[in-house]
Design a protein around this ligand. Structure first.
Ligand code: HEM
Length: 401
Protein backbone atom coordinates (compact mmCIF):
# COMPACT_ATOMS: atom_id res chain seq x y z
CA UNK A 1 0.00 0.00 0.00
CA UNK A 2 1.05 3.58 -0.53
CA UNK A 3 2.32 5.20 2.64
CA UNK A 4 2.69 9.00 2.74
CA UNK A 5 4.97 11.11 4.91
CA UNK A 6 3.46 14.58 4.80
CA UNK A 7 6.31 16.73 6.15
CA UNK A 8 9.96 16.24 6.89
CA UNK A 9 10.38 16.08 10.70
CA UNK A 10 12.43 18.97 12.06
CA UNK A 11 13.12 17.57 15.53
CA UNK A 12 14.12 14.33 17.18
CA UNK A 13 12.39 12.78 20.18
CA UNK A 14 13.40 14.54 23.40
CA UNK A 15 16.00 12.44 25.18
CA UNK A 16 16.95 10.50 22.03
CA UNK A 17 19.80 12.50 20.52
CA UNK A 18 21.15 9.52 18.57
CA UNK A 19 17.94 8.12 17.07
CA UNK A 20 16.49 9.32 13.76
CA UNK A 21 13.25 11.33 14.11
CA UNK A 22 10.46 8.95 15.10
CA UNK A 23 8.36 9.90 12.03
CA UNK A 24 11.06 8.45 9.79
CA UNK A 25 11.46 5.29 11.85
CA UNK A 26 7.67 4.83 11.77
CA UNK A 27 7.62 5.37 8.02
CA UNK A 28 10.24 2.65 7.61
CA UNK A 29 8.27 0.28 9.82
CA UNK A 30 5.30 0.84 7.53
CA UNK A 31 7.07 0.56 4.22
CA UNK A 32 10.65 0.98 2.89
CA UNK A 33 9.41 3.64 0.47
CA UNK A 34 6.82 6.35 1.05
CA UNK A 35 5.28 9.08 -1.00
CA UNK A 36 6.63 12.48 -0.01
CA UNK A 37 4.91 15.67 -1.21
CA UNK A 38 7.51 18.45 -1.22
CA UNK A 39 6.32 21.83 0.14
CA UNK A 40 6.26 23.26 -3.41
CA UNK A 41 3.83 20.57 -4.52
CA UNK A 42 6.34 18.25 -6.21
CA UNK A 43 5.34 14.61 -5.60
CA UNK A 44 8.57 12.94 -4.52
CA UNK A 45 9.55 9.84 -2.59
CA UNK A 46 11.15 9.13 0.77
CA UNK A 47 13.17 5.92 0.93
CA UNK A 48 13.88 4.59 4.42
CA UNK A 49 14.60 0.84 4.05
CA UNK A 50 18.14 -0.51 3.81
CA UNK A 51 17.83 -2.61 0.65
CA UNK A 52 16.04 0.05 -1.38
CA UNK A 53 18.35 2.87 -0.28
CA UNK A 54 21.38 0.76 -1.16
CA UNK A 55 20.05 -0.27 -4.56
CA UNK A 56 19.12 3.29 -5.55
CA UNK A 57 22.61 4.50 -4.55
CA UNK A 58 24.07 1.89 -6.94
CA UNK A 59 21.63 2.66 -9.78
CA UNK A 60 22.87 4.94 -12.61
CA UNK A 61 19.24 5.74 -13.47
CA UNK A 62 19.31 8.01 -10.42
CA UNK A 63 21.26 11.23 -10.76
CA UNK A 64 23.21 13.43 -8.33
CA UNK A 65 23.28 16.43 -10.67
CA UNK A 66 22.59 19.61 -8.79
CA UNK A 67 20.63 21.26 -11.60
CA UNK A 68 18.02 18.48 -11.40
CA UNK A 69 17.41 18.99 -7.65
CA UNK A 70 14.77 21.67 -8.01
CA UNK A 71 12.77 20.99 -4.86
CA UNK A 72 13.60 21.43 -1.19
CA UNK A 73 12.17 19.04 1.43
CA UNK A 74 11.42 21.85 3.90
CA UNK A 75 11.04 25.07 1.92
CA UNK A 76 8.81 26.11 -0.96
CA UNK A 77 11.08 28.09 -3.27
CA UNK A 78 8.53 28.04 -6.06
CA UNK A 79 9.55 27.17 -9.59
CA UNK A 80 13.31 27.72 -9.37
CA UNK A 81 16.17 27.16 -11.77
CA UNK A 82 19.13 25.53 -10.05
CA UNK A 83 22.51 26.04 -11.73
CA UNK A 84 24.77 23.01 -12.29
CA UNK A 85 27.51 22.45 -9.72
CA UNK A 86 30.57 24.66 -10.40
CA UNK A 87 33.61 23.04 -12.06
CA UNK A 88 35.31 20.46 -9.83
CA UNK A 89 32.43 20.09 -7.32
CA UNK A 90 31.94 16.45 -8.27
CA UNK A 91 29.69 15.38 -5.37
CA UNK A 92 26.78 16.86 -7.34
CA UNK A 93 27.69 15.52 -10.80
CA UNK A 94 27.16 12.28 -12.76
CA UNK A 95 29.47 10.32 -15.04
CA UNK A 96 31.47 11.06 -17.06
CA UNK A 97 32.20 14.47 -15.49
CA UNK A 98 32.15 13.06 -11.95
CA UNK A 99 34.87 10.57 -12.90
CA UNK A 100 37.06 13.28 -14.42
CA UNK A 101 37.46 14.72 -10.92
CA UNK A 102 37.16 11.65 -8.73
CA UNK A 103 39.61 9.41 -10.64
CA UNK A 104 42.75 11.48 -10.10
CA UNK A 105 41.92 11.60 -6.37
CA UNK A 106 41.30 7.89 -5.78
CA UNK A 107 45.01 6.99 -5.66
CA UNK A 108 45.61 9.69 -3.05
CA UNK A 109 43.06 8.19 -0.64
CA UNK A 110 43.95 4.50 -0.63
CA UNK A 111 44.04 2.46 2.58
CA UNK A 112 47.84 2.33 2.34
CA UNK A 113 48.29 6.07 1.89
CA UNK A 114 45.89 6.84 4.69
CA UNK A 115 47.60 4.38 7.07
CA UNK A 116 50.80 6.31 6.41
CA UNK A 117 49.06 9.31 7.93
CA UNK A 118 48.38 7.47 11.19
CA UNK A 119 51.48 8.79 12.93
CA UNK A 120 50.67 12.38 12.00
CA UNK A 121 47.11 11.99 13.25
CA UNK A 122 48.47 10.50 16.49
CA UNK A 123 50.73 13.48 17.01
CA UNK A 124 47.99 16.03 16.23
CA UNK A 125 45.63 14.21 18.62
CA UNK A 126 48.23 14.05 21.42
CA UNK A 127 48.91 17.80 21.10
CA UNK A 128 45.23 18.57 21.55
CA UNK A 129 44.89 16.22 24.50
CA UNK A 130 47.93 17.89 26.13
CA UNK A 131 46.31 21.29 25.68
CA UNK A 132 43.02 20.01 27.11
CA UNK A 133 44.76 18.52 30.11
CA UNK A 134 46.68 21.71 30.84
CA UNK A 135 43.58 23.90 30.60
CA UNK A 136 41.35 21.37 32.42
CA UNK A 137 39.84 19.58 34.27
CA UNK A 138 36.98 20.52 31.95
CA UNK A 139 36.56 21.44 28.29
CA UNK A 140 34.15 21.82 25.43
CA UNK A 141 35.07 18.70 23.50
CA UNK A 142 33.85 20.23 20.24
CA UNK A 143 36.23 23.20 20.19
CA UNK A 144 39.11 21.52 22.04
CA UNK A 145 39.15 18.22 20.17
CA UNK A 146 36.48 17.29 17.63
CA UNK A 147 36.85 20.26 15.28
CA UNK A 148 40.57 21.04 15.28
CA UNK A 149 41.78 17.49 14.58
CA UNK A 150 39.96 16.97 11.25
CA UNK A 151 40.62 20.61 10.32
CA UNK A 152 44.40 20.20 10.71
CA UNK A 153 44.32 16.89 8.84
CA UNK A 154 42.52 18.51 5.88
CA UNK A 155 44.92 21.47 5.96
CA UNK A 156 47.87 19.09 5.71
CA UNK A 157 46.22 17.13 2.94
CA UNK A 158 45.54 20.25 0.90
CA UNK A 159 48.88 21.78 1.80
CA UNK A 160 47.51 24.84 3.61
CA UNK A 161 50.61 26.58 5.05
CA UNK A 162 50.94 26.50 8.81
CA UNK A 163 50.55 30.25 9.26
CA UNK A 164 47.16 30.21 7.48
CA UNK A 165 45.67 27.42 9.59
CA UNK A 166 43.80 29.56 12.12
CA UNK A 167 42.27 31.82 9.50
CA UNK A 168 41.28 28.87 7.41
CA UNK A 169 39.92 26.77 10.26
CA UNK A 170 37.83 29.65 11.54
CA UNK A 171 36.25 30.28 8.16
CA UNK A 172 35.55 26.66 7.28
CA UNK A 173 34.00 26.24 10.71
CA UNK A 174 31.69 29.21 10.17
CA UNK A 175 30.90 28.27 6.62
CA UNK A 176 30.17 24.60 7.41
CA UNK A 177 29.27 24.71 11.09
CA UNK A 178 26.00 26.51 10.41
CA UNK A 179 25.75 28.36 13.72
CA UNK A 180 26.15 31.89 12.33
CA UNK A 181 24.04 34.56 10.58
CA UNK A 182 23.49 34.47 6.82
CA UNK A 183 25.83 37.44 6.37
CA UNK A 184 28.65 35.75 8.27
CA UNK A 185 28.00 32.56 6.37
CA UNK A 186 28.30 34.30 3.01
CA UNK A 187 31.38 36.22 4.13
CA UNK A 188 33.10 33.03 5.25
CA UNK A 189 32.08 31.16 2.11
CA UNK A 190 33.61 33.92 -0.02
CA UNK A 191 36.73 34.04 2.16
CA UNK A 192 37.22 30.28 1.71
CA UNK A 193 36.64 30.58 -2.06
CA UNK A 194 39.17 33.40 -2.33
CA UNK A 195 41.66 31.57 -0.18
CA UNK A 196 41.39 28.36 -2.22
CA UNK A 197 41.85 30.27 -5.49
CA UNK A 198 45.08 31.75 -4.12
CA UNK A 199 46.17 28.39 -2.74
CA UNK A 200 45.71 26.66 -6.11
CA UNK A 201 47.72 29.41 -7.83
CA UNK A 202 50.46 29.07 -5.21
CA UNK A 203 50.63 25.28 -5.59
CA UNK A 204 50.86 25.60 -9.34
CA UNK A 205 53.75 28.05 -9.00
CA UNK A 206 55.52 26.16 -6.19
CA UNK A 207 54.30 22.57 -5.82
CA UNK A 208 54.79 21.07 -2.34
CA UNK A 209 54.14 17.58 -0.97
CA UNK A 210 50.34 17.47 -0.81
CA UNK A 211 47.26 16.33 -2.73
CA UNK A 212 46.54 19.72 -4.29
CA UNK A 213 50.09 20.15 -5.62
CA UNK A 214 49.99 16.62 -7.08
CA UNK A 215 46.82 17.50 -8.99
CA UNK A 216 48.41 20.48 -10.74
CA UNK A 217 50.25 17.87 -12.89
CA UNK A 218 47.16 16.93 -14.92
CA UNK A 219 44.91 18.82 -17.33
CA UNK A 220 42.66 20.31 -14.63
CA UNK A 221 42.12 24.08 -14.67
CA UNK A 222 42.61 26.26 -11.61
CA UNK A 223 38.86 26.72 -11.39
CA UNK A 224 38.37 22.94 -11.34
CA UNK A 225 41.09 22.43 -8.73
CA UNK A 226 39.46 25.04 -6.52
CA UNK A 227 36.12 23.23 -6.77
CA UNK A 228 37.74 19.89 -5.94
CA UNK A 229 39.48 21.40 -2.92
CA UNK A 230 36.19 22.87 -1.76
CA UNK A 231 34.50 19.46 -1.96
CA UNK A 232 37.30 17.76 -0.03
CA UNK A 233 37.01 20.39 2.60
CA UNK A 234 33.23 20.43 2.90
CA UNK A 235 32.92 16.65 2.81
CA UNK A 236 35.77 15.92 5.21
CA UNK A 237 35.65 18.47 7.98
CA UNK A 238 32.16 18.73 9.43
CA UNK A 239 31.37 15.02 9.07
CA UNK A 240 34.45 13.83 10.95
CA UNK A 241 34.18 16.57 13.58
CA UNK A 242 30.60 15.61 14.35
CA UNK A 243 31.43 11.90 14.46
CA UNK A 244 34.11 12.59 17.07
CA UNK A 245 31.90 14.77 19.29
CA UNK A 246 28.61 12.89 18.93
CA UNK A 247 30.50 9.58 19.12
CA UNK A 248 32.05 10.57 22.44
CA UNK A 249 28.61 11.64 23.70
CA UNK A 250 27.18 8.26 22.65
CA UNK A 251 29.98 6.36 24.41
CA UNK A 252 29.51 8.39 27.58
CA UNK A 253 25.77 7.59 27.48
CA UNK A 254 26.53 3.88 27.06
CA UNK A 255 29.07 3.30 29.84
CA UNK A 256 29.14 -0.49 29.43
CA UNK A 257 30.14 0.00 25.77
CA UNK A 258 32.78 2.54 26.74
CA UNK A 259 34.12 0.12 29.36
CA UNK A 260 34.25 -2.70 26.80
CA UNK A 261 36.26 -0.50 24.45
CA UNK A 262 38.65 0.55 27.22
CA UNK A 263 39.11 -3.07 28.29
CA UNK A 264 39.76 -4.38 24.78
CA UNK A 265 41.51 -1.89 22.48
CA UNK A 266 41.27 -4.44 19.64
CA UNK A 267 37.56 -3.59 19.44
CA UNK A 268 38.26 -0.14 18.03
CA UNK A 269 37.78 -0.97 14.33
CA UNK A 270 34.38 -2.56 14.97
CA UNK A 271 33.44 0.18 17.41
CA UNK A 272 34.13 2.87 14.79
CA UNK A 273 31.96 1.07 12.21
CA UNK A 274 29.21 0.70 14.80
CA UNK A 275 29.36 4.38 15.74
CA UNK A 276 29.17 5.27 12.04
CA UNK A 277 26.08 3.08 11.65
CA UNK A 278 24.42 4.10 14.89
CA UNK A 279 24.95 7.86 14.49
CA UNK A 280 24.70 8.27 10.68
CA UNK A 281 25.75 11.91 10.96
CA UNK A 282 25.29 12.34 7.18
CA UNK A 283 21.58 11.70 7.55
CA UNK A 284 20.22 11.81 4.03
CA UNK A 285 21.04 12.46 0.38
CA UNK A 286 18.97 13.20 -2.69
CA UNK A 287 18.77 11.64 -6.11
CA UNK A 288 16.61 12.37 -9.18
CA UNK A 289 15.19 9.67 -11.47
CA UNK A 290 16.53 10.12 -15.04
CA UNK A 291 13.90 7.76 -16.48
CA UNK A 292 10.84 5.90 -15.21
CA UNK A 293 12.03 3.26 -12.72
CA UNK A 294 10.01 0.38 -11.20
CA UNK A 295 11.00 -0.04 -7.56
CA UNK A 296 9.41 -1.69 -4.54
CA UNK A 297 6.13 -2.04 -6.44
CA UNK A 298 6.04 1.64 -7.44
CA UNK A 299 6.93 3.60 -10.55
CA UNK A 300 9.30 6.46 -9.91
CA UNK A 301 8.76 8.71 -12.87
CA UNK A 302 11.53 10.59 -14.67
CA UNK A 303 12.38 13.91 -13.00
CA UNK A 304 11.12 12.86 -9.57
CA UNK A 305 13.22 13.65 -6.51
CA UNK A 306 14.00 10.87 -4.07
CA UNK A 307 15.14 11.41 -0.47
CA UNK A 308 17.42 8.60 0.66
CA UNK A 309 17.43 8.32 4.46
CA UNK A 310 20.80 6.81 5.38
CA UNK A 311 20.00 7.13 9.09
CA UNK A 312 16.89 4.93 8.98
CA UNK A 313 18.49 2.50 6.50
CA UNK A 314 21.25 2.02 9.06
CA UNK A 315 18.60 1.21 11.71
CA UNK A 316 16.67 -1.25 9.54
CA UNK A 317 15.90 -4.31 11.73
CA UNK A 318 15.89 -6.56 8.67
CA UNK A 319 19.54 -5.73 8.10
CA UNK A 320 20.81 -5.01 11.63
CA UNK A 321 19.33 -7.07 14.49
CA UNK A 322 18.41 -4.92 17.49
CA UNK A 323 19.24 -1.83 15.40
CA UNK A 324 18.67 0.84 18.05
CA UNK A 325 21.29 -0.62 20.37
CA UNK A 326 24.87 0.65 20.23
CA UNK A 327 26.94 -2.52 20.30
CA UNK A 328 30.68 -2.04 19.81
CA UNK A 329 31.04 -5.80 19.36
CA UNK A 330 28.61 -5.91 16.44
CA UNK A 331 30.16 -7.97 13.62
CA UNK A 332 28.03 -7.23 10.58
CA UNK A 333 29.38 -4.39 8.48
CA UNK A 334 27.70 -3.03 5.40
CA UNK A 335 26.35 0.17 6.92
CA UNK A 336 25.58 3.04 4.56
CA UNK A 337 27.07 5.87 6.63
CA UNK A 338 29.61 6.50 3.83
CA UNK A 339 26.92 5.96 1.18
CA UNK A 340 27.36 3.42 -1.62
CA UNK A 341 27.93 3.36 -5.37
CA UNK A 342 29.96 5.87 -7.40
CA UNK A 343 29.69 8.63 -4.81
CA UNK A 344 30.66 6.43 -1.86
CA UNK A 345 32.82 8.52 0.45
CA UNK A 346 36.23 9.09 -1.07
CA UNK A 347 37.69 10.01 2.32
CA UNK A 348 36.40 7.03 4.30
CA UNK A 349 39.83 5.54 4.96
CA UNK A 350 41.05 8.88 6.21
CA UNK A 351 37.98 9.31 8.40
CA UNK A 352 38.56 5.81 9.81
CA UNK A 353 42.20 6.57 10.63
CA UNK A 354 41.16 9.77 12.42
CA UNK A 355 38.47 8.01 14.48
CA UNK A 356 40.56 4.90 15.24
CA UNK A 357 43.28 7.15 16.61
CA UNK A 358 41.21 9.87 18.30
CA UNK A 359 38.62 7.86 20.29
CA UNK A 360 41.11 5.54 22.06
CA UNK A 361 43.56 8.39 22.70
CA UNK A 362 40.79 10.43 24.35
CA UNK A 363 39.31 7.70 26.53
CA UNK A 364 42.73 6.49 27.64
CA UNK A 365 44.03 9.95 28.46
CA UNK A 366 40.96 10.69 30.60
CA UNK A 367 39.81 7.49 32.34
CA UNK A 368 37.26 9.50 34.35
CA UNK A 369 35.88 11.48 31.38
CA UNK A 370 32.20 12.39 31.89
CA UNK A 371 29.62 14.96 30.87
CA UNK A 372 29.86 18.23 32.80
CA UNK A 373 26.13 18.92 32.37
CA UNK A 374 23.02 16.72 32.47
CA UNK A 375 22.68 14.83 29.17
CA UNK A 376 19.39 16.62 28.35
CA UNK A 377 21.24 19.94 28.40
CA UNK A 378 23.69 18.98 25.66
CA UNK A 379 22.62 21.19 22.75
CA UNK A 380 22.03 19.26 19.55
CA UNK A 381 22.29 20.69 16.09
CA UNK A 382 18.88 21.40 14.62
CA UNK A 383 17.44 18.57 12.56
CA UNK A 384 17.51 20.93 9.57
CA UNK A 385 21.34 20.85 9.53
CA UNK A 386 22.83 18.62 6.84
CA UNK A 387 25.10 16.87 9.31
CA UNK A 388 23.86 15.73 12.72
CA UNK A 389 25.83 16.52 15.83
CA UNK A 390 26.16 18.50 19.04
CA UNK A 391 26.78 22.24 19.19
CA UNK A 392 29.05 21.78 22.17
CA UNK A 393 29.90 18.95 24.54
CA UNK A 394 30.91 20.10 28.01
CA UNK A 395 33.04 17.38 29.62
CA UNK A 396 35.06 17.09 32.79
CA UNK A 397 37.43 14.63 34.46
CA UNK A 398 39.33 14.08 37.70
CA UNK A 399 42.56 16.04 37.51
CA UNK A 400 45.66 13.99 38.28
CA UNK A 401 47.72 15.66 41.00
C1 HEM B 1 31.13 11.62 -0.09
C2 HEM B 1 30.11 10.61 4.54
C3 HEM B 1 34.61 11.94 5.87
C4 HEM B 1 35.53 13.19 1.30
C5 HEM B 1 30.50 11.19 1.05
C6 HEM B 1 29.15 10.65 1.06
C7 HEM B 1 28.88 10.38 2.37
C8 HEM B 1 30.02 10.74 3.17
C9 HEM B 1 27.57 9.82 2.94
C10 HEM B 1 28.32 10.34 -0.17
C11 HEM B 1 27.26 11.32 -0.59
C12 HEM B 1 26.40 10.78 -1.70
O1 HEM B 1 26.20 9.55 -1.86
O2 HEM B 1 25.85 11.59 -2.48
C13 HEM B 1 31.25 10.90 5.29
C14 HEM B 1 31.34 10.69 6.72
C15 HEM B 1 32.61 11.07 7.09
C16 HEM B 1 33.31 11.50 5.90
C17 HEM B 1 30.21 10.17 7.63
C18 HEM B 1 33.26 11.07 8.45
C19 HEM B 1 33.07 10.18 9.37
C20 HEM B 1 35.27 12.36 4.74
C21 HEM B 1 36.65 12.81 4.70
C22 HEM B 1 36.89 13.17 3.40
C23 HEM B 1 35.68 12.94 2.64
C24 HEM B 1 37.60 12.88 5.89
C25 HEM B 1 38.13 13.69 2.75
C26 HEM B 1 38.97 14.51 3.14
C27 HEM B 1 34.42 12.89 0.55
C28 HEM B 1 34.29 13.21 -0.87
C29 HEM B 1 33.01 12.77 -1.27
C30 HEM B 1 32.39 12.18 -0.09
C31 HEM B 1 35.33 13.88 -1.73
C32 HEM B 1 32.39 12.88 -2.66
C33 HEM B 1 32.58 11.60 -3.38
C34 HEM B 1 31.93 11.59 -4.75
O3 HEM B 1 30.96 12.32 -5.02
O4 HEM B 1 32.40 10.81 -5.59
N1 HEM B 1 31.01 11.23 2.33
N2 HEM B 1 32.44 11.38 4.84
N3 HEM B 1 34.73 12.43 3.48
N4 HEM B 1 33.27 12.28 0.99
FE1 HEM B 1 32.92 11.71 2.88
Amino acid sequence: SLHTVTTMPTTRQPGCPFDPPKELTEARAHSPISRFPFPDGHQGWLVTGYDLVRSILADPRFSSRRELMRHHPLIDYGDIEVPPAPPGEFLLMDEPLHGRYRKPLVGKFTVRRMRQLTERVERITAEHLDAMEQAGPSADLVTAFAKPIPAIVICELLGVPYEDRDFFQEHIDRFLGGEVSDEELTASYLAVQRYLAELVAAKRANPTDDVLSDLTDGDLTDEELKGMALILLSAGFDTTANMLALGTFALLRNPEQLAALRADPALIDQAVEELLRYLSVAKQFFRVALEDVELGGHTITAGTMVILSLSTANRDPERFPDPHTLDVRRQNGGHLAFSHGVHQCLGQQLARVEMRVAFPALINRFPTLRLAVPAEEVALRPETADIHGVKSLPVTWDATP
